[in-house]
Design a binder for this molecule. Structure first.
Ligand code: NAD
Length: 379
């Protein structure tokens, strides 16, 4: 019988990162598959998981160097520096959110180190891969947290309240971009009692918005993207569409108290949806949370990781909101990784076997045998 696969779980080193790529539940499940798991000491602390809890689940706790020694699989939330991975076996799988387009040098480093790097954010949007989709699991939490953060910064209440001292009107919340994060933002704002409207370029979202009790605000005179869009994703819109959208937003935004923007186009900078002039028309004290801040921002003047006040409007450049819900975010992320690896687990080999022609493998595999093998990175 093959030797057990050794899995190393790294402690994250990125600033502000509190998540961890495994939880005791997934450690137990990997062990049940016949693997051995070594967790870097303190890896779970930011997510409220102690070394003792990992140990109780069957993991060994070790400094990074020892955890990596002889590792066949390395689990991480963010792509680690290749120089920090010494000791792993040649051909070891590195699984995490590797950010391939912005970290090309690191990806080259993984190839040079002989690692097989697997970028989980490039998981194809197919039914079979839904439970492995880190973008969905983390965006869902980010959409929720964006609204909670906006509510905390807003000097007024969200729900309508009839009190003996007079009536408080409901906050008006506008969600721009209705993917996974946007849908959760709508649901959360509704639960808090706000009056919610939302927009997207994909026509399939209209019904989704309505089913959550919010009002769709759509460009009607120029066609947007029919249905779900290619692979569930939006593309760059025509100039004509952009002009019609800007006009629509101008008319709507001046009446909004809270705006949550989440619009992203894969592989491109985020579309600009709110100009500085439009921001200036919002009531003073309004709050805008830009979830696309790290991709360049949907809002003019937004700064990733910072809160700025422009024209009396608070603009939050949201950055890694999922990390601020580290316990839940880690649990979902860890299960995404487990669901992926276990789906390819070969009982005889006691290891995952990743066929070259599998759609999932083709989507996420960046490097193998010392080379870049991803078509998306080569092209
Ligand atoms: P995303 O993060 O890529 O983008 C967020 C939203 O912004 C999208 O709805 C997009 O249409 C919208 N957007 C882009 N440009 C815009 C613009 N100029 N103006 C307004 N809105 C704009 O999207 P996402 O959250 O990853 O989800 C996209 C879709 O994929 C959803 O329909 C989701 O249900 C689907 N999905 C499918 C699977 C699966 O089948 N495995 C998994 C996850 C998501």
């Amino acid at each position: 019988m093959a030797a057990p696969t050794r899995i190393a779980v790294l402690k994250e080193s990125a600033k502000g990162e509190a998540r961890v790529a495994a939880i005791p539940e997934t450690v137990k499940k990997f062990i049940a598959l016949g693997a051995e798991v070594a967790v870097e000491s303190g890896a779970g602390l930011g997510a409220a998981v102690s070394d003792a809890q990992f140990e109780a689940a069957g993991a060994t706790i070790a400094p990074r160097k020892n955890a990596l020694e002889g590792a066949d699989i390395i689990l991480a939330v963010n792509g680690p520096d290749p120089a920090d991975l010494a000791g792993a076996k040649a051909g070891a799988l590195l699984v995490g959110a590797l950010d391939p387009l912005r970290r090309r040098e690191a990806i080259d480093g993984y190839a040079a180190a002989g690692l097989e790097a697997l970028a989980m954010e490039w998981m194809p949007r197919i039914t079979r891969a839904q439970s492995m989709d880190i973008l969905s699991s983390q965006s869902n939490l980010a959409g929720y947290k964006a609204v909670v953060d906006a509510a905390a910064r807003y000097g007024r209440a969200f729900p309508m309240m009839m009190t003996a001292a007079g009536t408080i009107s409901a906050a008006k919340v506008f969600v721009m971009g209705v993917g996974v994060a946007g849908l959760q933002a709508i649901a959360t704002a509704r639960r808090l009692g706000a009056q919610v409207s939302a927009t997207d370029v994909r026509s399939a979202t209209k019904e989704q918005i309505q089913s959550l009790g919010a009002k769709p605000v759509f460009v009607e005179n120029v066609v947007g993207i029919e249905g779900e869009g290619a692979g569930g994703y939006a593309g760059e819109m025509s100039d004509e569409y952009k002009a019609a959208q800007a006009e629509l937003v101008s008319a709507h935004i001046a009446k909004q108290d809270i705006v949550i923007t989440t619009a992203l186009i894969p592989g491109r900078p985020a579309p600009r949806l709110i100009s500085d002039a439009q921001l200036a028309t919002m009531p003073p004290g309004s709050v805008v949370v830009d979830l696309a801040a790290e991709a360049g921002g949907n809002v003019e003047g937004c700064v990733a990781g910072e809160v700025v006040v422009r024209h009396g409007v608070t603009v939050v450049g949201a950055s890694n909101l999922a990390a601020s819900l580290a316990t839940d975010a880690s649990a979902l992320f860890a299960r995404n990784l487990y669901n992926f690896l276990s789906a390819f687990w070969d009982k005889e080999e006691r290891a995952p076997v990743l066929p070259d022609d599998d759609e999932i493998v083709k989507g996420i595999r960046l490097t193998k045998g010392g080379r870049i093998v991803s078509e998306r990175l080569a092209g």
